[in-house]
Design a protein around this ligand. Structure first.
Ligand code: HEM
Length: 214
């Protein structure tokens, strides 16, 4: 039986990404609260780090994990040809028809080997948003060393606004992403090593049953 599970390096990159995002968002919100650019502070229970210095340390520690992991994910995807195979072709007509199916709760999940057009757009948009988040983060962290990035973002304060909205986009994506995982829990097995073990066992059992005398 052919398994739809993701390659191990995708699983590793995906879960490192989810872990580092959790730390970066929590510590980022604590840093935001120290000087709220939009006036209002966020509830303390959403934040991580205890105090500003602690939050900055968490943020930078997770940043290295996030950036190195993102580079490995993108690098492997390009070098192995998976990026093209999994995310291309991407047709507007497919996107609109999948969107139409989604709002009527008729989007098919029969074949987990291929992403539908909505998944392709959503996952590719995560790569774009993460790139914007890293670039705006660099502009906030080292505005003097990265004047080009700071200029592209507008100015220092605007870099913070861009950084915030890139984070917000990723958080909203994650909420929609988790909703889809709850609605189609089979996809989770393909992202877990335990899922592999289970489907391998299932497939063995099925094959075993086929050979059993009736
Ligand atoms: C506990 C939290 C999360 C769970 C349970 C989860 C679950 C999953 C699952 C099951 C898939 C495979 C979908 C499929 O095969 O159809 C997937 C793929 C993906 N997830 Fe998540 N995810 C989580 C957090 C995140 C976060 C925080 C991000 C980024 C902001 C993210 C980005 C992605 C991307 C980009 C893919 C596609 C990866 C690829 O195929 O290259 N996920 N996730």
């Amino acid at each position: 039986m052919k398994s739809s599970r993701h390659p191990p390096w995708i699983m590793i990159c995906h879960w490192i990404n989810a872990f580092s995002m959790l730390i970066m968002v929590g510590s980022g919100l604590k840093i935001y609260n120290a000087s709220p650019i939009f006036g209002a502070k966020l509830p303390a229970f959403l934040t991580l780090g205890g105090w500003l210095g602690g939050a900055i340390q968490w943020h930078f520690a997770a940043m290295w994990l996030f950036v190195v992991n993102a580079m490995l994910y993108l690098g492997f995807n390009v070098l192995t040809g998976r990026l093209r195979a999994r995310f291309m072709p991407l047709r507007f007509a497919e996107f609109t028809s999948d969107l139409f199916d989604l709002v009527r709760f008729r989007l098919s999940h029969a074949n987990l080997d291929v992403y539908n057009a909505l998944q392709k757009v959503a996952y590719l948009s995560v790569i774009v948003a993460a790139t914007v988040m890293i670039c705006s983060g660099l502009a906030v962290w080292k505005p003097v060393q990265f004047p080009v990035l700071r200029t592209i973002m507008g100015d220092f304060d605007n870099s913070r606004v861009v950084h915030f909205f890139a984070m917000l986009y990723l958080v909203l994506f994650t909420l929609a992403h988790l909703t889809m995982v709850v609605l189609v829990p089979r996809t989770l097995l393909n992202m877990l090593p335990i899922g592999f073990a289970q489907s391998a066992r299932l497939s063995e059992t099925k094959e075993g049953n086929q050979h059993e005398p009736k």
